[in-house]
Design a protein around this ligand. Structure first.
Ligand code: HXC
Length: 520
């Protein structure tokens, strides 16, 4: 090697060393003191060892305002590149809070857009780690424009590659719309923060006093706003959860999720499922026990677990293949459909449909949640999303009715009419236009009004029993092809695995259009 070339190579390595330092040891120490890892440490945990290939490490900002010419650091506050998770390629960007607070300027945004474009071209998921003070104030409109370019890509690549956001620090102002546009958002409790307007502005405008954590911390977004999907205790746990989620997802919309053998027999009967439904139809049970009994052992990942708990949305595997589960949860609001759970389920259905993940619908639903509050909150508009997203979905769809399936909510949980390929019912299923009590009070109102006291009660009970026997069972529906078979609960797993085997070659053709107009 000539001396000159050797010097140049040494200069390259020196530049690389500087780029890797980020904001320097003091800023890194301060980052660690806040319980946060650095941008590079996070990438190391997220990716398989020694697979990260960094791109654009020598990018610098071009701003000369407010003394910024003296504050130029290599990389411009974001580390970008690609690597592998469980041997599959992913693209990643990780904001470096140690460099000008991870703030997003023109060049920082260009780096993010560049890796997003590469991910879309090559058909690999993007994982964005957010830890930033937001738009770099010194760069003004150029910084704003950078966000716009990211939002544009988040939108046009939606449904092409899975996009995941991981909020591990501040994410404030319009910056929050990138996580909102991506498919799944993770957050770390205690360090992740998301809000459109911060506590100070809120105090000035409305007079409300609230701490940053109370306004936009992890608990708020996982339980109240429903803005995030997964909440973790710390950075390391969070990044491991991201790896877990990726194991259920294909790399792009033309791909299938990986086949992962969990060592669970496809012919396994689950004995516990035969005793899970309580004698009293008003008593709740935990639908998660049903899911665990049916799915491959050892793997289930619930999204939005703490939000709209009346519906469960989760990934699991059946004979090694990923499925998306939408299940009513009788333990909350008796499993009734409300505004929030309709939003939660619809978005999940659409994600699965975009990425070829078959749907399992587990039904125990007494109806749409009644009440002025729900009507005013737009249950008509929100509830319609479920009808739309199930009808739109062309992935294999199998519905299993475990107990109640009444009225509009029976349709909304993917009845045959909305395109379920197969519908099974347990012997405990009750399908009808409405619940027995409500039906009798309407249909037999005149007869009951003519009676009083104990006689009235007795007659009402008789009529309810008659109705239940006649309509609220699975056989009436199966005599009219609304149900394909009444099955022993213990054989649910086998029926689903065989059904999805059959449906793997499913073909659907639809009228060509630009896109539909989903109710929002
Ligand atoms: C430029 C910023 C910055 C920003 C932080 N810094 N945010 N520089 N633009 N937006 C710099 C700080 O000046 C500081 O530089 C370093 O980053 C670390 O910040 P600290 O304040 O020391 O850290 P900390 O105490 O942890 O507080 C973090 C913070 C706070 C809560 C994020 O920095 C903050 O409130 N920043 C402003 C947040 C904000 O209002 N952003 C909105 C911008 S408008 P030195 O040199 O001292 O180390 C926006 C609109 C986007 O984002 C719209 C998109 C559509």
């Amino acid at each position: 090697m000539g001396a000159q070339q050797g010097d140049k190579i040494e200069q390259l390595h020196e530049r690389r060393r500087r780029a890797r330092e980020g904001g320097g040891p003091k800023k890194i120490e301060s980052q660690h003191k806040k319980g946060k890892l650095t941008a590079r440490e996070r990438i190391d945990i997220l990716l398989d060892p020694n697979t990260f290939v960094e791109l654009d490490p020598f990018v610098e900002h071009r701003c000369n305002e407010f003394g910024m010419e003296k504050n130029r650091l290599l990389g411009d506050g974001v580390v970008t590149g690609y690597g592998e998770v469980n041997g599959r390629k992913v693209a990643v960007f990780s904001q470096d809070f140690t460099v000008i607070g991870g703030s997003l300027g023109e060049m920082h945004a260009k780096k993010i857009c560049s890796i997003m474009d590469l991910a879309a071209k090559t058909g690999i998921p993007t994982i964005g780690i957010d830890d930033s003070g937001g738009a770099r104030i010194q760069e003004g409109l150029d910084a704003l424009s950078g966000y716009g370019q990211i939002f544009y890509r988040n939108s046009v690549y939606s449904g092409v590659i899975p996009q995941i956001s991981v909020v591990m620090g501040p994410c404030a102002g319009g910056a929050v719309y990138s996580p909102a546009l991506t498919d799944f958002t993770f957050m770390v409790e205690g360090s992740g923060l998301m809000f459109i307007t911060g506590p100070r502005v809120i105090k000035a405008v409305t007079g409300e006093e609230v701490s940053p954590e109370q306004l936009g911390g992890g608990r708020v977004h996982s339980q109240i706003s429903g803005n995030i999907d997964f909440l973790a205790n710390d950075d390391e746990q969070c990044l491991k959860m991201v790896r877990g989620l990726l194991s259920y997802l294909p790399s792009n919309n033309l791909d299938q999720a990986p086949l992962i053998d969990m060592g669970d027999s496809p012919d396994r009967w689950d004995e516990k499922l035969s005793t899970i439904i309580p004698e009293n139809p008003r008593r709740p049970y935990d639908m998660k026990d049903v899911i665990i009994g049916i799915m491959d052992r050892g793997g289930m990942m619930e999204s939005k677990a703490e939000f709209a708990k009346n519906i469960i949305t989760a990934f699991a595997r059946l004979n090694g293949r990923a499925v998306g589960i939408i299940a009513n949860q009788p333990q909350f609001l008796a499993g009734a459909l409300d505004v929030n759970c309709s939003d939660k389920a619809s978005r999940f259905i659409r994600f699965c449909d975009s990425f070829n993940i078959p749907l399992v619908n587990l039904v125990d639903v007494p109806g749409y949640l009644p009440g002025v509050e729900q009507e005013y909150a737009g249950i008509i508009r929100h509830g319609a999303k479920m009808l739309y997203s199930y009808s739109e979905a062309t992935v294999p769809k199998i519905t299993v009715i475990t107990r109640k399936a009444y009225g509009g909510s029976y349709l909304a949980m993917c009845s045959k009419d909305l395109g379920a390929d197969l519908v099974y019912a347990w012997p405990t299923a009750e399908l009808a236009v409405m619940g027995p009590e409500g039906a009798v009070d309407i249909v037999s109102r005149k007869e009951l009004e003519g009676l009083e006291g104990e006689e009235k009660m007795k007659r009402r009970t008789e009529l309810i029993d008659e109705y239940r026997e006649k309509f609220a069972n699975p056989y009436y529906g199966s005599s009219r092809l609304h149900i394909d078979d009444v099955i022993d609960p213990r054989e649910t797993r086998i029926r689903l695995i065989r059904g999805f085997d059959l449906l793997r070659g499913k073909r659907v053709s639809r009228i060509k259009k630009k896109h539909g107009n989903m109710p929002l």
